[in-house]
Design a protein around this ligand. Sequence first.
Ligand SMILES: *[C@@H]1O[C@H](CO)[C@@H](O)[C@H](O)[C@H]1NC(C)=O
Length: 372
Amino acid sequence: MVRNPIQISFPLFLSLAILFPLIFSVIWYQLDSFDVAPLPMHELTRYPIIAPLLNGQMLHGADKIAVGKMVGPEDFLYDSGSGLLYTGCLDGWIKRVTVNDSADDSVVEDWVNTGGRPLGLVKGLHGEIVVADAVKGLLKVSEDGVIELLTDSAEGQQFKITDGVDVAEDGIIYFTDASYKYSLHEFGLDILEGRPYGRLLSYNPSTRQTKVLVRDLYFANGVAVSPDQKFVVFCETPMRRCKKYNIEDEITSTFVDSLPGFPDNIRYDGEGHFWIGLGSEFTNLWHYVQTYPLLRKVAGIITKYRGLPPILKSGGAILVDLQGKAIEHYYDPSLVFITGAIKLRDHLYAGSIVYPYIIRLNVTRFPATSSA
Ligand SMILES: *[C@@H]1O[C@H](CO)[C@@H](O)[C@H](O)[C@H]1NC(C)=O
């Protein structure tokens, strides 16, 4: 009996069509140098904390301010004396915005360009502004705009992503380097690799000494000194937590764990709480990606060639008290890469590394409400 050649070749064709890409992918996977590590999953919880008050549609009723006049306003510094809101942008500019409470009249001024990527901003004790610049390191900008490099390495390791900063009342500057391995445009790889290249550091302006306070951190991000000056809170983005560094005894402990998203900047609100920006919500997909290094390797290879896969959603900001207890959570399904928030009078201002504007919501009018 003669078999129809088409009938034999079809299954053959099918298996080749599957087999070739499969072999190709396996070889590519083996050859790619991106080397991932298991994350300490026992320190991570699957189920996030839920704030008692929620607003899951924070874009509803929100305005966009400074539209087209800035890209990626990352952190905010509000100077109550001048009424100016400072923010660092993607193109290296530190811009300042005259914030009014009305809709469209914010004046934006290009203040100083660091030539890098300003992230954290804080006012120093003598009118200067201290900047955590992802590219340049820790900078001081005088009132008249003169930039000085304070430090860009510690213990022989150059900072790659100087990220969050705050200044204590005694003048000591606390700041983070998110990674000494990857630079800012590769931050996704740092997070996917799963090794702790971040550090919490201090800089003493009178001795010019840079000190490593806590090492082996997972993408060390936002920093805030507590109002009583006893501790420093700092966030570890992929671990969905912020830790507390006790200044006197130098002991590090938990501040808040199991956040509903990935924390970025943290800022004290002057009224007994901290605002923490959340770049994305934590999802089941993230749970699997974090659990299985293999998935992180695949995501890392995609990131290298095509950019970070679209695994972020529902960014926003969460308000916690001085004990780290969640109070309010603002987010919106379409928001991503939200980096931080501050509240001025009725308005919550939110920044990001991607949007060409600042998001502003009247939270008196659109508050977070009981989720129960
Ligand atoms: C915010 O909303 C409240 C309530 O609707 C309103 O009274 C207040 O004037 C608004 N604030 C600003 C600054 O627009």
